[in-house]
Design a protein around this ligand. Structure first.
Ligand code: NAI
Ligand code: HPV
Length: 528
């Protein structure tokens, strides 16, 4: 195996570099490269992995140029700088490092809140200038004030906890926050309008998505109490910056503390220089501790994926632990091959893919197996499909995917059964693992015992004497060498199946000759 190669294109802690190397991954550490889009585009095709923070924009054109890319690792939480649909379509796993910088970012939000209400940055500047403007910096207490937390996930919950420690009241708006969790955190769960009406200080902690973009719109800013404050240590796009400026200018808001901006790096900004604004340059995650955490985590996760196939904290692919990966490997190969088998026989009108995991395989993590089956089924029809995007592609095309499991697998240790339902018919195929090799054990209800080969002939015929001879002769005359020949039938004289492994691809000409043989119902060339 050649060593996979990773580009670190943002200012990650160098600890990451050592971890990559220790785990057998080659690494180029270019902490400023991500800011130079042209350069990134020109080198990215050399890499299997890309490790980033927020400065590198992994846009669709970068992903398209990254011909060998398998994984993007975000040493941090927000992935709004990664085009996840484009990555998914290209089969690139996108992972982040949740939790690693959450405490640090929550602490920054609390620090920003105090900076805001006690005017610390302004007072600091004035005092350094020798002005001693004691009366100019009258502040406000946070004690018994209401903090409105928009987005009460990892960071929001830590902010709420710290605020409660400061004896603040906390109101939280988060559609995914249930009553039990709210009770556990000691926060009041509210809808957005209630939060806006009650909060003395609002702090934002949602990801930037289509649903959250502009969540503090002009209209919602107007709903805040007069004299309220806004703290934004999440993403710039969550707040209407123009409306925020107007609200500050009009005195509707008392101040805003901003760590993040709609466009970054923010060199110029309508709010810079505003007396009511405290600004930091996206420092939320910038502590030694947090950067150490996220660098270690991203390097471990990316190495585990590139070296062992383990997937953790992926945003577009099911998780596979490092322990599971080697056990899953042969079943992933079987799942994909069964899918390919069915997919190559299915031309149109695919409606449903049913997968049954039986025996030991049912106790494994079957999500990646299901994704592999679906990718296999769709691949002959859609060249762009891969294990990462297969579930999404199936959904987009209205193909339902159903998965069942059962502990028992009759006379095998493990069986994967696949049923394809099209507008016209149903087709089944099942397989198992012998040693670590995938084998077919059933096709259309007919018991078989066959391996997969690069090139195969699949024929259905009437079970009549002479078929094997004529088929062998036809292939022989065409110069096609038979590697293995497997036959099965549902009963004497009934429908029969031939699965023949051949040494080279079958031409249309040969297939036509096979189809013309007596008793042959259909013949298809398969490749695996
Ligand atoms: N300033 C900085 O340096 C940093 C900023 N961040 C930002 O903070 C964000 C939050 O991080 P975590 O708390 O770790 O993420 P998380 O996923 O644990 O929490 C996000 C919460 O937002 C909620 N949410 C989603 N849509 C919502 C909506 N429409 N309205 C209200 N709530 C909604 C979710 O239910 C979830 O509970 C990240 O996505 C990132 O953008 C994170 C780290 C550092
Ligand atoms: O983790 C996040 O979401 C952050 O915003 C941190 O960004 P950074 O890695 O400091 O560029």
């Amino acid at each position: 195996m050649t060593m996979p190669k990773v580009l670190v294109s943002d200012a990650l802690s160098e600890t990451a570099v050592q971890i990559f190397r220790d785990r057998g991954v080659e690494v180029d550490f270019e902490p400023k490269l991500g800011k130079d889009k042209e350069k990134l585009l020109s080198v990215i095709d050399k890499y299997d992995g890309l490790a980033i923070r927020s400065a590198t924009k992994a846009t669709a054109d970068v992903i398209a140029a990254a011909k060998n890319l398998k994984v993007i690792g975000r040493a941090g939480i927000g992935v709004d700088n990664v085009d996840i649909p484009a990555a998914t379509a290209a089969g690139v796993v996108v992972m982040n490092t949740p939790y690693g910088n959450a405490i640090t970012t929550a602490e920054h939000a609390i620090a920003m809140m105090f900076s805001l209400v006690r005017k610390i940055p302004q007072a600091n500047k004035s005092t350094h200038q020798g002005k001693w403007e004691k009366s100019a910096f009258m502040g406000a207490e946070v004690f018994s004030k209401t903090l409105g937390v928009i987005g009460c996930g990892n960071i929001g919950a830590i902010v709420a906890d710290r605020a409660i420690g400061l004896k603040m009241r906390v109101v939280a708006f988060d559609p995914f926050l249930n009553e039990e969790r709210a009770l556990e955190l000691g926060v009041e769960k509210a809808d957005l309008d209630t939060l806006l009406a009650k909060a003395d200080i609002v702090t934002l902690h949602t990801p930037l998505t289509d649903q959250t973009r502009n969540i503090l719109s002009r209209e919602n800013i107007a709903k805040l109490k007069k004299g309220a404050y806004i703290v934004n240590c999440a993403r710039g796009g969550l707040v209407d910056e123009e409306a925020l400026k107007d609200a500050l200018d009009e005195g509707h808001l008392a101040g805003a503390a901003l760590d993040v901006y709609a466009t970054e790096p923010a060199i110029e900004h309508p709010l810079f220089g505003h007396p009511g604004v405290v600004a930091t340059p996206h420092l939320g995650a910038s502590t030694t501790e947090a950067q150490e955490n996220v660098a270690i985590q991203v390097a471990e996760q990316m190495s585990d994926y590139l070296m062992r196939g383990a997937v953790s904290n992926a945003l577009n692919s099911p998780s596979v632990t490092a322990e599971e990966a080697p056990r899953l490997k042969p079943f992933i190969a079987l799942a994909e091959k069964l899918g390919l088998f069915a997919g190559q026989l299915t031309q149109t009108g695919l409606k449903k893919i049913e997968i049954s995991f039986e025996g030991e395989v049912a106790s494994l993590n079957t999500k990646p197996l299901t994704a592999s089956v679906v990718a296999g089924v769709l691949k002959p029809m859609l060249a762009e499909v891969n294990v990462v995007n297969a579930p999404v592609v199936a959904k987009e095309r209205g193909i339902s995917v159903a998965e069942t499991s059962r502990d028992d697998a009759d006379s095998y240790d493990s069986v994967i059964r696949l049923k394809i339902v099209t507008e016209k018919q149903e087709r089944t195929v099942s397989g198992t693992i012998f040693g670590s090799t995938p084998r077919i054990i059933e096709i259309k209800g007919v018991e078989m015992e066959a391996g997969f080969a690069s090139h195969m002939l699949y024929a259905t015929n009437e079970d009549k004497p002479g078929f094997i001879g004529t088929l062998g002769q036809t292939l022989g005359e065409a110069g096609v060498n038979i590697a293995t020949f497997n036959l099965g039938r549902s009963g004497q004289g009934e429908g029969a199946i031939a699965l023949v492994a051949v040494d080279e691809p079958l031409t249309d000409d040969v297939l036509e000759k096979v189809r013309a043989l007596p008793h042959v119902k259909q013949a298809t060339a398969l490749s695996f």
